[in-house]
Design a protein around this ligand. Structure first.
Ligand code: ADE
Length: 229
């Protein structure tokens, strides 16, 4: 998988890949990353990438020309690129999207800054527009990182232990059950006794119950959605 980050601020993104699991994924060649800066594709004297909004409105927008030149070049080099625009007005990014997108060959994340990107660029080039939550970030970089992280860990060979993908939150539409490690008693609170006895069938039933309760309590929206299925 190749991730191309289209951003004016490469330094906001690149450090995340310098440690831990994604560093290893890069080293082993499971993922590749590169960066493209819209400012390198401008055709104006001062390398401007933003302008006032048509019809008024606070803040500046990234105008089409640099992004269009950049994305045309990317598509020429690889017609199979899958282009994603992170935006608060996108559809919610979910675990099933992370799993589905992990099978792509090359994903491009186009990060807007200022007040965003001229809508016609998104219409012309966007394969998908995703929001990572109901709040507004200062740009698309963090959202691109969130999505590339969630996608990467679903690529075969990226996680040390692939089993962890099966049991985790959202896998079956519920939140993951609580988990525990040593010590058996921490600040007066004990690990549930059945967990210490080691009967896996009982532990599995208990975990399912806890997972249901946790989902109902913390994410009633998910709980109701599951019941509707
Ligand atoms: N850009 C700014 N806010 C965002 C959000 N919530 N999700 C995705 N991209 C964004």
């Amino acid at each position: 998988m190749t991730f191309t980050f289209v951003t004016l601020f490469e330094n906001l993104v690149s450090p995340y890949f310098e440690d831990s699991i994604l560093k290893r994924a890069l080293q082993s060649g499971k993922i590749k990353i590169d960066f493209k800066n819209p400012r390198d594709y401008t055709d104006n004297k001062h390398n401007k990438v933003d302008n006032y909004q048509a019809g008024g409105g606070a803040g500046l927008l990234m105008f089409p020309q640099p992004l269009s030149a950049l994305l045309d070049e990317l598509k020429r080099d690889n017609p199979n690129v899958h282009i994603i625009f992170p935006a608060p007005a996108g559809k919610p990014f979910r675990q099933i999207d992370a799993k589905r997108l992990a099978k792509k060959e090359h994903i491009v994340f186009v990060s807007g800054r200022y007040e965003g990107i001229d809508e016609r660029v998104i219409e012309e080039y966007g394969d998908e527009v995703f929001s990572i939550g109901d709040y507004v970030l200062t740009g698309g970089e963090l959202a691109s990182l969130v999505m590339s992280d969630a996608i990467s860990r679903n690529i075969k060979g990226v996680l040390g232990n692939e089993d962890s993908l099966d049991e985790e939150s959202f896998e079956d539409g519920t939140l993951e059950a609580p988990s525990f490690t040593k010590p058996n008693i921490f600040k007066g609170s004990s690990i549930p006794s059945e967990f210490l006895k080691g009967n896996h069938a009982i532990i599995c039933t208990l975990k399912k119950e806890m997972s249901g309760l946790k989902t109902k309590y913390f994410r009633p929206d998910l709980f109701l959605r599951n019941k509707g299925q």
